[in-house]
Design a protein around this ligand. Sequence first.
Ligand code: COA
Length: 164
Amino acid sequence: MSAPALRPFLPADTPILAAIFVASVEALTGDDYSESQQEAWAAAVDDEAVFGQRLASQLTLVATLDGVPVGFASLKGKDHIDYVYVHPGAVGQGVAAALCDALEKLAAARGAKSLTVDASDNAAEFFVKRGYEAQQRNTVSLNGEWLANTTMQKPLGENAGGQK
Ligand SMILES: CC(C)(COP(=O)(O)OP(=O)(O)OC[C@H]1O[C@@H](n2cnc3c(N)ncnc32)[C@H](O)[C@@H]1OP(=O)(O)O)[C@@H](O)C(=O)NCCC(=O)NCCS
């Protein structure tokens, strides 16, 4: 099994990242969210121009396996993880871990003392393993549905606990 490689996002990646987002939401979130919540969530990338602009406005990294994009993650500002999505066919191979390792280093390099993420319920355990702690519970309105998530925070640099 080859290790994931990372590279910066290019505008031409937008359609494949939208497809990864939809496949990931459809296949990996069903234990914690209803079908109508999943549909509302997946519809967030229906407008690819808006999605592409949001990716371009953040520090977005694309993970590839054998040159093929299989996941992506983004840093908003210096201290908030916005996206972390891995294609269901590539989960369990350290793709999200590689993406988060890189974003945590980049956030520290930007001067962030800690990093936050609004973690979906299915992903909360992934972030706990990396040293993130729950701060607050949120309910967000998305395309007519209410979805719960948890703001989680990890100290960076010399304050850091957890895995890295
Ligand atoms: C959560 C997600 C990003 C994890 O991606 P992944 O590439 O499979 O994660 P990794 O292979 O890098 O896993 C790293 C570690 O976390 C663990 N892990 C991964 N996903 C997990 C989950 N859902 N629950 C508990 N542990 C998880 C792995 O077992 C691994 O543990 P190890 O280091 O002890 O071996 C992926 O399942 C996903 O895209 N989910 C749907 C979209 C989503 O909810 N994104 C988050 C939005 S905030």
